[in-house]
Design a protein around this ligand. Structure first.
Ligand SMILES: NC(=O)c1ccc[n+]([C@@H]2O[C@H](COP(=O)([O-])OP(=O)(O)OC[C@H]3O[C@@H](n4cnc5c(N)ncnc54)[C@H](O)[C@@H]3O)[C@@H](O)[C@H]2O)c1
Length: 254
């Protein structure tokens, strides 16, 4: 699918992989709407890439409905939707303080899993009414972000792994459902990416994590996620799949 002139929505577009993808999409000629709960950072980037920023909490139904509508009023209905909004919380199910408060588990699920589903349902509903773009009948593409923690969650990652496992699992049924409308659904499962999300990890723990990455022996760059996202958009045969982006990393138990 061609990117030039398409309206694009990037949740979590104010930071990290979302920001890198918003930049690359704009360079490729897309009209980019950044949906993020950090409106200040979103506005800064939007000014740089001549896009728009809209305050949005992906876990809330009405927030996403309003934001998608607002984005459409500026750019038209989006044909490209990238789900990058996410949060990470590390905590054992039971630690010295006792069992994990249920609300901590719930928050991670609400943002990472329900938030991804939320944009997917609203964006796909709007995309279905658009004219097909090419002979294949393609109308658009939705790219979700899981994590390799969906497969090899470490101790303390139960909530995060559960949320990302859900994103992995809904990729195929969503792609199957939207096939009749020419809408693809693809998920990227990154390894360890050098973004603000990793900023709270102490330097020694960071080194220990990098030590396990076979090749390239370093963290993933957010731009490498963006490269893959743009390739997925342009390559119409990639559909219903989860693609790891991790330098062959397989995380250990701790
Ligand atoms: N950094 C990593 O190592 C890594 C690895 C695998 C997967 N991921 C996933 O990739 C995605 C992007 O992460 P990142 O590393 O770029 O993180 P980041 O912290 O740099 O960016 C996340 C963005 O999401 C926004 N956000 C958080 N909760 C939100 C909500 N409820 N509504 C709207 N926006 C919200 C934040 O404001 C922020 O701008 C996340 O889903 C994350 O779980 C990250």
């Amino acid at each position: 699918m061609e990117i030039n002139n398409c309206a694009a929505i990037v949740t979590g577009g104010a930071s990290g992989m979302g920001a890198a993808t918003a930049r690359k999409l704009s360079l490729a000629g897309a009209k980019v709407a950044i949906l993020d709960r950090d409106l200040d950072a979103g506005k800064k980037l939007a000014a740089e890439i001549k896009g728009i920023a809209i305050a949005c909490d992906v876990s809330q139904a009405d927030s996403v409905e309003n934001a998608v509508q607002q984005a459409a009023s500026f750019h038209g209905n989006a044909r490209i939707c990238i789900n990058c909004a996410g949060v990470v919380k590390a905590r054992r199910i039971v630690n010295q303080q006792g069992p994990m408060p249920l609300d901590e588990f719930r928050e991670v699920i609400e943002v990472n899993l329900i938030g991804t589903f939320n944009l997917m349902r609203v964006a796909a509903a709007a995309m279905q009414s658009l004219a097909p773009l090419n002979d294949s009948g393609e109308r658009g593409v939705i790219i979700n972000t899981a994590s390799i923690a969906a497969y090899e969650g470490q101790i303390g990652q139960s909530a995060y792994s559960a949320s990302k496992g859900g994103v992995v699992s809904m990729t195929l049924p969503a792609a199957r459902e939207f096939a009749q409308f020419g809408i693809r659904v693809v998920t990227i499962a990154p390894g360890l990416v050098d973004t603000p999300m990793l900023k709270d990890i102490p330097a020694n723990a960071r080194e220990a994590l990098i030590a396990n990455v076979p090749f390239p022996h370093r963290l993933v760059k957010p731009e490498e996620y963006a490269f893959l996202a743009l390739h997925i958009i342009e390559n119409s045969m990639i559909n219903g799949e989860v693609i790891r982006l991790d330098g062959a990393l397989r995380m250990q138990a701790r």
